[in-house]
Design a protein around this ligand. Structure first.
Ligand code: MD6
Ligand code: FE
Length: 153
């Protein structure tokens, strides 16, 4: 099973027949909604940079969903942090180094946890090995929402 996604902000990550890309409009032509103030406030508290994010991705993990080891490197510049907020069910987050073969560490992300990939960790490989379905009562039908904030361009 793969994640279901949506987004907010000036541009968001879209998957269509041309592949994956940042798009300034939704598939139906509308702009993405604004990034909610409460989410923006998390960035302001932890990102420690002068700019605000222009992209907010929202991933939903249902039962059995994983995300393979990847780098976040599609953004125009890699010096800006990526901030990620976990909501709902607990997830096993694996993070390694800038080479895929580098050793990794795993930590359980709980609802409300915030991960910042910045500095030497900005291009670290990372992924979600598994989600402990229904480990949190936040979402009535279970599952996990991950919100990531980026300066994409
Ligand atoms: C997730 N997170 O937590 C997947 N990317 O569901 C990411 O892919 C991620 O947590 C960049 C920075 C932090 C992250
Ligand atoms: Fe990522």
């Amino acid at each position: 099973m793969s994640v279901r996604m949506t987004g907010a902000g000036a541009r968001a990550w879209l998957s269509d027949t041309t592949g994956y890309r940042y798009a300034e409009t939704q598939p139906d032509g509308r702009l993405w909604p604004a990034i909610p103030t409460a989410i923006m406030n998390v960035w302001k508290k932890v990102a420690e940079v002068s700019r605000e994010p222009d992209s907010c991705l929202v991933n939903f993990y249902g039962e059995g969903t994983k995300m393979g080891l990847h780098q976040d490197r599609v953004e125009a510049e890699h010096l800006w942090p990526v901030v990620s907020i976990s909501l709902g069910d607990e997830a096993l987050f694996r993070v390694g180094g800038v080479e895929r073969r580098d050793p990794t560490k795993s930590i359980w992300l709980r609802s409300g946890d915030v991960v910042v990939l910045t500095g030497t960790s900005r291009l670290a490989y990372h992924g979600i090995d598994r989600v402990k379905f229904r480990s949190s009562g936040l979402l009535p039908k279970g599952g996990r929402i991950n919100v990531t904030l980026r300066i994409a361009s």
